[in-house]
Design a protein around this ligand. Structure first.
Ligand SMILES: *[C@@H]1O[C@H](CO)[C@@H](O)[C@H](O)[C@H]1NC(C)=O
Ligand SMILES: *[C@@H]1O[C@H](CO)[C@@H](O)[C@H](O)[C@H]1NC(C)=O
Length: 450
């Protein structure tokens, strides 16, 4: 096409664009929104918050800003794929894990089976193979993986029908533009400068489209590891300061859209050695309460996930040795106890899930902030709803142990020097890829033992 005819066809589009209207339940405004700002007839553009206005059918009352959880236990109302998400889905009050069996990640089961096959010692090999039976979260760290979610949900649905045991699939939503703004090891595929926000919204839409088809399967999601915590402590890093508005808009979109199809969500809240310092706790509570509100204060926004991919114990009997300074919260349970009242007073009655996948051994790090392939780590407490705390819904394994935290290869574009510290296991491959030697250590150091 010549430039001239390209220009002509562009001009021909302008009236159409000017008159384009958003569909019922579609977005029609908000910070960063460049699409249509009017709605098809029969619906009204309603501002839900600064980041999101939605076309609500005129017949439907606008959703109340703070719908409180009902006390009647009910699963989310099934939504048919063609009717679009219903904003009136009511979650059950209480712990979303209660009454459900957690679906095993087929990806992790395959990795573990392959890893175990490489082990020559028969005892260690059988212990390693048993890890495939422990539920972990499935990470959606790039949009190309999203279609797999439908496959897992279909398997979970079939298993639920054949076993009579309702299934719960655990996912990590992890694809923000300019992801991992304060480090390099987990840089993602989208950049803010290159339309990342719209691409992220599309990524969320694709997750929603899959989830909507399987209303019988419960989905629990961890929302965006490290991102909001970085906004609490790392705004002095230019990339984080630049990302603040976009992170908030994207997380708001994720919370609202995933709530509309009944996904129970825990926003990632870093870990005890990060946000657990006195100066960080209160700003963290403010930020999470703000996100809860901008997400629509839905009861599906169940709370916070802590210690994701980190190494802190749930509780420590004695102060750990020789760290130069100690945050007031030395463990995941002290950090939840410290955060919880602050969140509640800000209007966010948060519950917690805590990652203990690699927390079996303690006193391994030289500094609380060290996070990369910590040497000598072992698999930790198995996932359970028997957590010993009414604030904690479940101990979970979010990080699939054996997948690498980051490469120690200083020539790699994603090299982060944290991965070459003396307490980091080396040499290590790229983040997310299998790290066999590390997996074997996790198996042999597991506590409780496998
Ligand atoms: C980000 O914040 C954490 C916690 O305060 C700190 O340990 C880390 O050094 C910061 N990262 C950068 C790149 O400044
Ligand atoms: C380190 O990374 C560079 C750049 O990606 C690559 O060419 C090289 O092969 C890597 N070295 C090792 C040992 O993996």
């Amino acid at each position: 096409m010549s430039k001239f005819s390209a220009l002509l066809s562009l001009l021909a589009l302008i009236p159409a664009l000017a008159h384009a209207q958003s569909a019922v339940w579609g977005q029609c405004g908000g910070i960063g929104w460049t699409g249509a700002t009017t709605c098809v007839s029969g619906s009204v553009c309603t501002e839900l918050n600064d980041y999101y206005s939605q076309c609500i059918p005129s017949s439907a009352a606008p959703p109340p800003p703070t719908s409180s959880p009902t006390t009647v236990s009910s699963t989310p109302t099934p939504t048919s794929p063609s009717s679009g998400p219903s904003p009136t889905d009511t979650p059950s009050a209480g712990n979303p894990y209660t009454g459900y069996e957690v679906f095993l990640s087929p990806v992790y089961a395959a990795e573990v089976a392959a890893g175990a096959a490489q082990i020559t010692d028969a005892t260690l090999q059988s212990k390693a193979a048993s890890v495939a039976n422990i539920p972990t979260f499935i990470w959606f760290d790039e949009v190309a993986k999203v279609p797999n979610l439908g496959t897992y949900l279909a398997s979970a649905s079939a298993l639920g029908t054949s076993s009579g045991q309702k299934q719960l699939v655990q996912i990590v939503v992890y694809d923000l533009p300019d992801r991992d703004c304060a480090a390099k090891a987990s840089n993602g595929e989208f950049s803010i400068a290159d339309g990342g926000q719209a691409k992220y919204f599309n990524y969320i839409d694709q997750l929603v489209a899959q989830i909507q088809q399987f209303p019988d399967v419960r989905v629990v999601a961890v929302i965006e590891p490290d991102s909001l915590a970085n906004l609490v402590t790392n705004l002095s890093v230019e990339k984080c300061a630049n990302a603040e508005t976009t992170y908030k808009a994207c997380v708001t979109y994720a919370l609202q859209q995933l709530a509309s199809v009944g996904v129970y969500m825990y926003m990632d809240a870093g870990h005890a050695g990060w946000l657990g310092w006195p100066a960080n706790l209160s700003p963290a509570a403010q930020l999470f309460a703000q996100m809860y509100e901008s997400g629509g204060s839905s009861p599906f926004i169940r709370g916070l996930a802590t210690n994701v991919a980190n190494y802190n114990a749930l509780s420590v009997a004695t102060p750990t040795r020789s760290l130069r300074a100690t945050p007031i919260t030395t463990s995941s349970s002290t950090s939840t106890s410290a955060l919880s009242p602050m969140l509640t007073s800000q209007g966010f009655p948060a519950s917690f899930i805590v990652d203990q996948g690699r927390s079996g051994q303690q006193d391994l790090r030289q500094q609380w902030g060290d996070w990369c392939n910590i040497k000598g780590a072992g698999f930790g407490t198995r996932p359970t709803t028997n957590t010993g705390s009414s604030l904690i819904d479940s101990i979970v394994w979010v990080k699939p142990g054996g997948e690498c935290d980051g490469t120690s290869n200083s020539s790699s574009p994603r090299y982060d020097s944290t991965c070459s510290l003396p307490d980091a296991d080396q040499p290590s491959p790229e983040a997310g890829t299998w790290f066999q030697e590390y997996f074997q250590t996790l198996v042999s150091q597991a506590n409780p033992p496998l």
